[in-house]
Design a protein around this ligand. Sequence first.
Ligand code: ZN
Length: 148
Amino acid sequence: MSKKESKKPLKLWTCPKCERMFRRKNQIHSCTKYPLEKHFEKKDLAETLYNDLSSKVENQIGSFYVESLPCCIHLVTCAYTFAAVYALRDGIKIHFTLDYEVVNDRIDKSSQMSKHRFLHSIDVKSDKEIDKELIGWIKLAYNMKKQS
Ligand SMILES: [Zn+2]
């Protein structure tokens, strides 16, 4: 007897207007294209930190793509946003969601979104802060794609 493979490959729908990918067809979304560079106007430090973060995510966690929205920059894998980056004048703010609450002095804010969803916010002002611990949390957030 052979067990039938229950995992279907994820089929994504691409919005023809903004080219974002979604798990559901005709998913309602803001549908605005916003140039990535605009986030970093007069925010050189934010750009440096963002580039450092994204190369570490790529090298130490896995592949992803970027959705630049007017509010922030989404880091996405399999149509799941595992982190959002906000460009600030003196650094970047990173949001990520985990299925438990991280209690740590570095977390500036956390809030419970639902039973197993905790949104965390952390401000990063130097590349030293993009360390093993932070990448570890983002890796856990990245792997939440399987549960969503
Ligand atoms: Zn769209």
